[in-house]
Design a protein around this ligand. Structure first.
Ligand code: ADE
Length: 250
């Protein structure tokens, strides 16, 4: 997968060299290109923003640097053999970014991110590129960040771990909270490792008994308990028939 990010803070994206995403790059699964938006400004102050038409507080990011930066990133990518770009616009006004979004984006060969600062980017930029490629405006939560760069890091990490050959164990994301399957829409329950007793606290007996069916049932019950406590809204999306079917399997 090729990934382009246009930003006024290229250094903000340095964590993309670290940990799982860094490994995905080292293994050739992710080809990351970070571009400094100010490179496409021509005044003494490298201006990327201006006052909003219609008045109001804050500043709006200008069309011209974004247009030139995106044209350049696209030309670079096509020249390198990339194809079918998708524009990902992090914005608090976007559709919620979910595991489903991550799965859909992980299937794309090329993502181009446009993290904005200030009050956002002049609308004509997204309108212009929407005529050439799919555009996804996504929000990572109901809060306002100072800019979209942190959202790019979040989205990239969620997507990169789904790419083939990135996680050591392909099963690791099978049971994730929100992964498709029987436990879809349930939060994962608690997990334990050695030692069996720590400061007088023992690991739940069922986990050391070696009975796979009982373990599966316990995990499901714990997942239900946690979901009811932390995200009761998710329970409404569960299908009780799916639980009955699973119980018969156990
Ligand atoms: N930029 C500012 N806030 C954001 C959010 N919640 N999600 C995505 N991008 C953002």
């Amino acid at each position: 997968m090729r990934l382009d990010v246009v930003t006024i803070f290229p250094e903000y994206l340095e964590p993309l060299d670290v940990s799982l995403v860094g490994k995905a790059r080292a293994r050739g699964r992710l080809d990351v290109h970070v571009h400094d938006l100010r490179h496409w400004t021509y005044d003494r102050h490298n201006t990327v923003d201006d006052t909003p038409y219609g008045g109001g507080p804050g500043m709006v990011m200008k069309t011209e640097p974004w247009g030139e930066a995106l044209d350049s990133a696209l030309a670079d990518g096509y020249e390198a053999g990339a194809h079918d770009p998708v524009l990902v616009v992090p914005t608090p006004s976007g559709r919620p970014f979910t595991q489903q979004t991550a799965v859909a984006l992980a299937r794309q060969p090329w993502l181009i991110f446009t993290p904005a600062r200030y009050e956002g980017i002049d609308r004509r930029v997204t309108d212009e590129y929407a005529t050439r490629m799919p555009v996804h405006e996504v929000s990572i939560g109901d809060y306002v960040l100072a800019g979209g760069e942190a959202a790019v890091l979040v989205i990239t990490e969620a997507v990169a771990r789904l790419l083939p050959g990135v996680l050591g164990n392909a099963e690791s994301h099978r049971d994730d909270s929100f992964a498709p399957g029987a436990m879809a829409n349930l939060l994962e329950g608690p997990v334990y490792t050695k030692p069996p007793v720590w400061r007088g606290r023992a690991v739940p007996e069922v986990l050391t008994g070696g009975h796979h069916g009982k373990v599966a049932r316990w995990r499901r019950d714990e997942a239900l308990r946690r979901t009811a406590a932390h995200r009761p809204d998710l329970l409404e999306r569960c299908d009780p028939a799916e639980f009955d079917r699973k119980d018969r399997e156990i």
